[in-house]
Design a protein around this ligand. Structure first.
Ligand SMILES: [Zn+2]
Ligand SMILES: [Zn+2]
Length: 376
């Protein structure tokens, strides 16, 4: 536990102590590479239980094992660089130990040791791919155009937000099942196959735009209800309790809210006959778009702000200021806020801070229980 605390302190070390050449970047890179290797090796041992069926094919492609080998070598290399450069050897030696362990339990040559097919699975592979993809996309952009320059990747509460990311990725199967249940029921009891066929045969771009428009309309109202009904607000307050905004902060969401929000917003897309490709493209857009609008990104984007949701538009939704209360509910098209009187986007201004006036507890478990506890 003591080591873990020291390790977190190393990661959160101030900018002056992590400049290029201090061994911090190589140490952090080594740690990331070592952890990715360890997860990949673990997943090779228990593919049925730890991978999502859609991604399982990746493990059997010809490039997967060579790439894993390369990542493992990078982990060693960076760990050594960090150990040489840095006064504190903690990052380097921790990364090295994890990398050695990953190699000892089989490394890139690992294979399915359990061999049992389970119907239930955890999306550990999904978590890693998701995190690497969004991280590599947004970390450089946030460095290039930060809204708050002093804010680093390991800012306050980064571990909580990372844990939210982990939970919603691991439980991807449960979430998919719960999310799709209402749509499946609606599709089963309604007969409008000719309409569905017509909708599904439109050009794909048109389908994606329609899904975005319909979904955001539903999202707008569900979101507004979450703000209006006191009991529901307690679930949503968890999302708003984020005091730092960046690409990782958007994932902070109560499990119940994820299920309710996603299942409601899935209804138009899933029941009206849109093609699978259009739905998949939409899901990818939503993933990236959600990270984007929560991002620590300083662009004003005044010309597109009234038409498409920008980081500044959604940052106002998270603002602590009085004028930021109950505004900007849309996540794609501000037109809904303009139509329904909740639009707030003053020229070039940003909120002075983020969060909620009430005291939301810290930590995943406490926040999970928060809506169910009586107010003191
Ligand atoms: Zn909200
Ligand atoms: Zn948000």
């Amino acid at each position: 536990m003591q080591i873990l605390k020291a390790l977190v302190a190393e990661l959160e070390t101030p900018r002056t102590n992590r400049r290029f050449g201090s061994g911090w970047l190589s140490g952090t890179g080594a740690l990331l590479a070592a952890l990715v290797s360890l997860v990949a090796v673990t997943v090779l041992h228990w593919p049925a239980m730890l991978t999502t069926p859609e991604l399982r094919v990746i493990g059997s492609t010809s490039w997967f094992r060579p790439v894993l080998h390369l990542i493992l070598i990078l982990a060693y290399l960076f760990a050594f660089i960090s150990i040489i450069l840095r006064d504190s050897k903690l990052l380097g030696f921790t990364a090295l130990s994890i990398a050695v362990f990953a190699a000892l339990i089989g490394g890139p040559q690992s294979s399915d040791t359990v061999g049992i097919a389970t119907p239930a699975y955890f999306g550990l592979d999904f978590f890693v791919l998701n995190l690497l993809f969004t991280g590599f996309l947004f970390i450089p952009i946030e460095r290039l155009a930060p809204r708050i320059k002093e804010q680093t990747l390991f800012r306050q509460e980064w571990r909580e937000d990372l844990f939210y990311f982990l939970v919603s990725s691991l439980f991807v199967q449960v979430l998919a099942f719960l999310t799709l249940a209402p749509s499946k029921i609606i599709t089963a009891v309604t007969t409008m196959d000719h309409i569905r066929q017509a909708i599904g045969s439109q050009p794909i771009v048109l389908q994606i735009v329609e899904i975005m428009l319909l979904t955001d309309f539903v999202q707008y109202w569900v979101h507004r209800v979450f703000h209006r009904v006191p009991f529901l607000w307690k679930f949503h307050a968890v999302h708003h309790s984020a005091k730092s905004m960046d690409w990782l902060a958007g994932g902070r969401m109560h499990f119940v809210e994820i299920v309710v929000l996603r299942s409601m917003t899935a209804i138009p897309g899933m029941t009206l006959g849109y093609s699978l490709e259009a739905i998949q493209a939409y899901l990818l857009i939503v993933y990236i778009y959600s990270s984007f609008i929560h991002g620590n990104l300083g662009w004003n984007l005044n010309s597109i702000g009234p038409w498409l949701v920008t980081p500044r538009f959604h940052h106002w939704h998270h603002g602590i200021d009085k004028e930021a209360i109950d505004v900007n509910f849309a996540i794609h098209f501000p037109v809904y806020d303009r139509l329904f009187g909740t639009y707030h986007l003053p020229a070039s201004a940003w909120p002075t801070g983020y969060g909620v006036p009430e005291e939301v507890p810290k930590g995943y478990t406490e926040q999970f229980m928060y809506p169910f506890r009586r107010a003191k």
